[in-house]
Design a protein around this ligand. Structure first.
Ligand SMILES: Nc1ncnc2c1ncn2[C@@H]1O[C@H](COP(=O)(O)OP(=O)(O)OP(=O)(O)O)[C@@H](O)[C@H]1O
Ligand SMILES: [Mg+2]
Length: 236
């Protein structure tokens, strides 16, 4: 179980998270929806340790982790696929996956097995195994960022807008992969602006606005997408 409790975070003098609170129970998929600037990516960065918090706590299975550096949190099993993917364009699919697993100290045969299991979810990446990341399509890059995070064998996978900027066909493919991971009981925290995507995969939904949660509930509470939009995003 991952818990974010009443965290505050700022960039310079501007406070961006103002008491953000949420929980991701084991083997659940939890989504946070919110418009541009709601603080979704910042929340994820506070969870992985890329942004430090001024108050509140981040807890993994009841242990406070907000004082730990990012690599220690990764060792504890928190892995993120960042919004802008942050791949090394010159590295091939193969190299990207290999490097990700380095900290795991696996034997070669363990790594190959793990990679094979992960690539079974990503046939497109298997076909492009020797291709450089920078030459992959947007959707393929998204898949690679997710596969790279999975190489850490995470106990919690964080996905920052996995379908942003993808054509509908590719977005559906990425969604199908998330559903496969869900079926394997992986614990997933996903942030999205795309309500339909979030409602399809999540068990529980939070709506964030201006650095705090303004609504939350079981996914069934949010079955009417249009209402969600009107109420919380201010869109027609
Ligand atoms: N490095 C930074 N320096 C200063 N301000 C920042 C920085 N990163 C984010 N912000 C500001 O913090 C606020 C929240 O940003 P954040 O990226 O968390 O939002 P988001 O909900 O992920 O938005 P989006 O849907 O556009 O990705 C925004 O107003 C943004 O301008
Ligand atoms: Mg963001």
């Amino acid at each position: 179980m991952l818990e974010v409790k009443d965290i505050r975070a700022s960039y310079g003098r501007i406070e961006v998270l103002r008491g953000m609170t949420l929980r991701v129970p084991k083997s659940h998929v939890v989504a946070m929806l919110g418009g541009n600037g709601a603080g979704k990516s910042t929340t994820m960065k506070c969870i992985v340790g890329l942004v430090s918090i001024q108050s509140g706590s981040v807890e993994l299975n009841g242990e406070r982790i907000e004082h730990l550096p990012p690599h220690r949190r990764a060792q504890l099993g928190i892995a993120m696929s960042p919004q802008h993917r942050e791949l090394f364009p010159e590295m091939t699919v193969k190299e990207t996956l290999e490097i990700s697993a380095i900290s795991k100290k696996l034997t070669k045969s363990e790594r190959v097995l793990l990679e094979d299991r992960i690539l079974s979810h990503f046939p497109r990446l298997r076909e492009r195994y020797e291709q450089q990341a920078g030459t992959l399509s947007g959707g393929e890059q998204q898949m690679l960022a997710t596969a790279r995070a999975l190489m850490l064998q995470p106990s919690v996978l964080l996905l920052d807008e996995p379908t942003a900027g993808l054509a509908p066909v590719m977005a559906r493919e990425v969604m199908a992969i998330i559903k496969e991971l869900k079926a394997e009981n992986l614990t997933i925290f996903i942030v999205e602006q795309n309500v339909r995507v979030a409602l399809q995969v999540a068990d529980y939904v939070y709506i964030g606005r201006q650095g705090a949660i303004v609504a939350e509930g079981e996914v069934s509470m949010f079955s009417d997408e249009d209402t969600v939009f009107r109420q919380y995003f201010g869109a027609a």
